[in-house]
Design a protein around this ligand. Structure first.
Ligand SMILES: Cc1cc2nc3c(=O)[nH]c(=O)nc-3n(C[C@H](O)[C@H](O)[C@H](O)COP(=O)(O)OP(=O)(O)OC[C@H]3O[C@@H](n4cnc5c(N)ncnc54)[C@H](O)[C@@H]3O)c2cc1C
Length: 138
């Protein structure tokens, strides 16, 4: 069963996909830009509930830092953005909706949107385990 993410009446919805550098900074920018605009809601979907500051990853490997120094909870970084932790399975561009699976039991959810931002390392071949971003639904 696919559950629809409820939409607040008369609000435009922006969905940001990915909680890495691209997604988090896009969401922070949108938060600031739309701080006084009540008619917009912003969602961010990411597999992880945290933002990882990769440039300092080598310091973890060298035991110079604790992992908690380079990991930040997304919900703490993005106070006005609704964070959905889950995997993006499909992006349906013509119908403006994204299918995600969430939680221990992989519940399917559908989120429709007015505008979207894809920021899931889509410009790099480094991460190939995200079929939704490589497959041709869009
Ligand atoms: C060790 C290391 C050091 C680096 N140092 C530097 C540096 O010094 N300077 C520099 O400019 N760059 C550096 N980089 C590169 C930099 O980290 C990347 O360029 C940057 O993270 C890319 O940002 P992104 O948002 O496209 O992807 P990412 O930051 O990888 O974010 C992708 C996000 O999408 C999510 N995601 C992926 N697939 C799905 C899915 N199917 N469903 C839901 N969510 C999904 C992931 O969970 C993640 O949150 C470094 C990288 C590494 C690994």
């Amino acid at each position: 069963m696919v559950v629809q993410v409820k939409r607040r009446r008369r609000k435009k919805r922006i969905v940001v996909l990915g909680g890495g550098f691209g997604g988090v900074y896009a969401a922070i920018h949108l938060e600031k830009l739309l701080a006084r605009v009540d008619a917009v809601e912003i969602f961010l979907v990411s597999q992880d509930n945290f933002f990882l500051f990769t440039p300092m990853l080598h310091e973890i490997a060298a035991s110079d830092l604790e992992i908690t120094n380079i990991v930040n909870p997304l919900r703490k970084l993005l106070r006005k953005v609704e964070v959905l932790v889950g995997e993006v399975n499909e992006i349906d561009l013509p119908n403006k909706r994204v299918l995600i699976s969430r939680g221990y039991r992989n519940h399917s959810q559908e989120i429709d949107y007015d505008h979207h931002e894809i920021a899931s390392r889509c410009h790099s071949a480094a991460r190939s385990n995200s079929p939704a971003f490589g497959r041709g639904k869009f």
